[in-house]
Write a new protein. Structure first.
Lengths: 93, 220
C-alpha cells in the first residue's frame, strides 16, 4: 500500500484481477456497529461480492461480547471460527 | 484470516459440517511441527472423519497423474488416509472434517488431553463450537463470526451451487463445476457419491465435506 492511513494501493496493481482478496483491520469494540454501517454503504457501490467477518478476543471465561451485539445490528449468529486457546509458546530447553 | 468461515447453507445443513484445524506458529511452537501434524491426523482418524489432509497437498481425495481413457468407468476412489499422513513433510495447516457433532467433540477432547501445543481451531456453527468448548472444558481464546455476503449478491449462483462451491474457501471448486455435477446427478449420469468425490479432488486445502456434498447433490 502506498498510504495505509488512507487505504491507497499502488496504482500499478489497481487493474489486476484476483480470485479473492482479504482485507483485515482493527477497530474498537464500540465502533463495530459504525464499521458495519460503512461496509453496507460501500457494498452498494462495488461490482463484486464481499463476505464479511468480525473477530474478537474472548473474555477470561471465554465470553463473547459480539455474540450479544451482532444480532442487535441485524446480523444473526450462524457460523464462526473458534480458536480453542490450546497453542503454547515453546520454552527453549 | 480464514478460508473456511463463509460456508453457505441453512442451519439444518450445517449441523453436519465441522472442521478442526491444527496450525503451528512459526518461531513459537513449530519445533517438530511435522510430527505434531501427523499425530493430529492419526488421532482424527479414530473418530471417523469424512475428509482430512493438509493445506499444501489437499485432502484424501486427490487428482491422480496416471490416468487413461478408462478412468470414466474404472477409477480408484477410496480415500487413502495413510497416503495423506505420510505426505505431510513441512509445517503447515492440517485439517479434519466431520459430519457429526459427537465425532468432532470426541476428537477435540482427545486433542485437549494430547496437548500437542499448536493452535487448534473449530470452524462450524457458532453455538456448536461453543458447546464443544463447554463439553470439553476448554476456555475459548477468540472467535470470528461470519456475517454473510454483501454487494452484488445478484451475481451469485443458485443455492445448491453456492453450498457446494463455498465448501472450498479458496474458490477452487468453480460454480460451473458444481453446477455440472448437480446436472450429472439429476440426469442420472453420476451418483451423488461419485459427484461429491469428484468435487472433493479439486479442494486443495482438504476442508471439503463430501458427506454434506452428497446430500446436497441428492437434493436432500
Amino acid at each position: 500500500m502506498t498510504d495505509p492511513t488512507r487505504g491507497l494501493f499502488n496504482p500499478e496493481v489497481l487493474n489486476e484481477k484476483v480470485m479473492s482478496a482479504i482485507i483485515e483491520f482493527r477497530t474498537p469494540l464500540g465502533q463495530v456497529g459504525v464499521v458495519l454501517d460503512v461496509l453496507e454503504q460501500v457494498a452498494e457501490g462495488i461490482d463484486t461480492v464481499m463476505a464479511v467477518g468480525v473477530a474478537e478476543r474472548c473474555g477470561y471465561n471465554g465470553e463473547s461480547v459480539l455474540e450479544k451485539i451482532l444480532p442487535e445490528y441485524g446480523y444473526p449468529i450462524l457460523r464462526a471460527k473458534t480458536n480453542l486457546g490450546l497453542g503454547q509458546v515453546e520454552v527453549a530447553s | 484470516m480464514t478460508h473456511s468461515l463463509h460456508r453457505f447453507g441453512r442451519v439444518e445443513d450445517l449441523t453436519g459440517d465441522y472442521i478442526v484445524f491444527a496450525m503451528p506458529a512459526r518461531g513459537f511452537n513449530d519445533t517438530d511441527a511435522v510430527e505434531k501434524e501427523k499425530e493430529f491426523l492419526r488421532r482424527a482418524l479414530k473418530h471417523g472423519p469424512v475428509n482430512l489432509g493438509d493445506a499444501k497437498k489437499g485432502g484424501w481425495y486427490r487428482p491422480q497423474k496416471e490416468l487413461g481413457p478408462t478412468v470414466h468407468w474404472r477409477r480408484e476412489t477410496a480415500p487413502d488416509p495413510d497416503w495423506v499422513i505420510d505426505g505431510v513433510d513441512a509445517p503447515g495447516i492440517v485439517a479434519a472434517v466431520f459430519d457429526s457433532y459427537e465425532a468432532m467433540a470426541a476428537f477435540v477432547r482427545e486433542l485437549r488431553e494430547a496437548n500437542l501445543g499448536v493452535s487448534i481451531n473449530i470452524s462450524a456453527l457458532a453455538d456448536r463450537a461453543a458447546q464443544c468448548c463447554q463439553d470439553c472444558e476448554i476456555t475459548r481464546h477468540s472467535v470470528e463470526y461470519s456475517l454473510g455476503f454483501l454487494g452484488r449478491t445478484d451475481k451469485l449462483p443458485e443455492k445448491e451451487v453456492l453450498e457446494l462451491s463455498t465448501m472450498c474457501g479458496h474458490g477452487t471448486i468453480s460454480f460451473a463445476l458444481a453446477a455440472k455435477m448437480l446436472d450429472r446427478v439429476r440426469c442420472g449420469r453420476r451418483t451423488p457419491e461419485e459427484a461429491a468425490r469428484t468435487l472433493a479432488r479439486f479442494c486443495v486445502c482438504s476442508i471439503f465435506n463430501p458427506a454434506r456434498a452428497e446430500k446436497i447433490l441428492a437434493g436432500e
